[in-house]
Design a protein around this ligand. Structure first.
Ligand SMILES: [Zn+2]
Length: 456
């Protein structure tokens, strides 16, 4: 990089640090860049994705495989009110979506129809009423070329602040004259965005050795007498992944978060449990991280909460799922496949996922854990059927990735179907939520008191 540019970046970063406390004072959401347009167009061989933003930001664009997706990582963007242009395939892009990943970080995911390469990406500065425009051009390639480039490339490198700032500087047309204040403001926001971008992109973690994970059970610290049991509640989906959406627009990610918070309140009121929510706001958590939260918090019980939809409107009632290698039936298998797609929807590179979860399912510790999971599922059914309509087959199993912590008894509670308007009404009702949370809390009580009687 030219020395001049390097100096400029160093200067911008130091200005950014100097003004940071002042900006932070204005409130975290006061100056979020706002998206006003997103769309895909095709020109010859090139498929172009464009997004209009109220100001230029640092970004990181890369491609992941299986399935092929283009990922654009950005600082937090305000997407509210953006007309949804996705749905129709254009050129090499089958569909796209966008949303928050976590506070300070958002993402756009393009589903590609096959292996693609990024030909070019730029972001222009905004000028007057003209928004900043992010442009990503993609072209088709062969799987072989894709893989060759991927192995040469560093896996998913977090952008250095300089790189991101360089991208911002890559203005395709000369920027119109700006006042010094405007220029300084833009440079600062670009530098801050670049820093946020760089500091929040996850760093690839070292892969654990196979066989290491099951040992965890033996290493688990002994429970101190009178210590509270740890219950992890996992509201499904979130952020960029909405989960199921009803015909009236109810989103699974919102309904399950509501219920999880209610359940936490009921459990905490009793004072017997330490309750952890994997998320308590509208952010995305990968399936691996959900499992990880269960394990690192030494959870005694893990309850994933979902409200899916199925084809047709007739399916009704709640279902309790446990994990199994072979699904109990076709519908369970289909549902697990759908739930396991959460990471793909959010653009997680499954290549980077360790076999932490997949390789150890057959372990004895897992089998023992599965017995506990099933035991809890039965207790839960006894309580739940008193307060709510259960599905015709209320206990089922399939290969849910989120239930694969080898040492934490785990169930997945499908509260009902968002494809059924009767279920939807119920799921949104405060009265129903209170009753269901009460019944679930009662089953947790029964489960632990029985375990205690059996001396675990
Ligand atoms: Zn779900």
């Amino acid at each position: 990089m030219p020395a001049l540019l390097k100096n400029l970046v160093a200067m911008m970063v130091s200005i950014a640090f100097a003004v940071w406390p002042v900006m932070a004072h204005a409130g975290p959401d006061a100056k979020l860049p706002r998206a006003s347009y997103m769309g895909v167009s095709q020109d010859g061989e090139v498929t172009r994705f464009s997004a209009d933003l109220s100001k230029a930001v640092g970004y990181n664009v890369y491609v992941v495989a299986d399935p092929f997706r283009v990922i654009i990582d950005l600082p937090e963007i305000e997407f509210e009110g953006l007309a949804d242009a996705s749905g129709e395939p254009v050129g090499l892009v089958r569909d796209f979506r966008y949303g928050i990943m976590e506070t300070g970080r958002s993402r756009i995911v393009l589903d590609a129809s096959g292996p693609v390469l990024i030909e070019k990406s730029t972001i222009s500065r905004h000028a007057g009423t003209k928004p900043a425009r992010l442009v990503v051009d993609i072209v088709a390639t062969s799987r072989e070329t894709f893989q060759r480039l991927k192995t040469v490339e560093q896996p998913d490198p977090p952008p250095a602040p300089e790189q991101a700032a360089e991208k911002v500087a890559e203005t395709p047309s000369p920027a119109p004259p700006m006042s010094d204040v405007e220029r300084a403001e833009q440079e600062i926001s670009a530098a801050i965005a670049a820093m946020q971008d760089a500091s929040t992109v996850p760093i690839p973690r070292p892969k654990p050795k196979i066989g290491q994970a099951p040992l965890k059970r033996a290493q688990r610290p002994a429970r101190a007498p009178g210590a509270k049991r740890v219950v992890v509640i996992d509201p499904g989906h979130g952020g960029i992944d909405p989960g199921a959406i009803s015909r009236r627009g109810t989103k699974e990610k919102a309904v399950v978060l509501d219920f999880a918070k209610r359940l936490r309140a009921v459990l905490e009121r009793a004072g017997k449990y330490k309750v952890i929510l994997t998320r308590d706001k509208d952010i995305f958590i990968s399936l691996r991280d959900r499992v990880k939260i269960a394990r690192t918090s030494n959870a005694d019980l893990f309850i994933a909460v979902h409200a899916d939809s199925v084809r047709g409107r007739r399916a009704r009632g709640a279902t309790i799922y446990t994990v199994s290698e072979k699904a109990s039936d076709r519908e369970a298998e289909e549902l697990a496949r759908k739930e396991n797609r959460s990471d793909i929807i959010a653009g997680v590179d499954l290549d980077e996922e360790s076999d932490e979860i997949t390789g150890i399912l057959i372990d004895l510790a897992q089998r023992e854990t599965n017995n506990h999971s099933l035991f809890f599922a039965k207790k839960m059914l006894t309580q739940m059927k008193r307060v709510t309509k259960m599905n015709a087959r209320p206990l089922r199993s399939a290969g849910f990735r989120v239930l694969k912590a080898p040492d934490v008894p785990s169930v997945l509670f499908e509260m009902g179907y968002l494809s059924s308007s009767a279920d939807e009404r119920q799921l949104k009702s405060k009265t129903w939520q209170r009753k269901a949370a009460g019944a679930l809390a009662a089953s947790i009580d029964r489960y632990f008191s029985t375990k205690l009687a059996q001396k675990e």
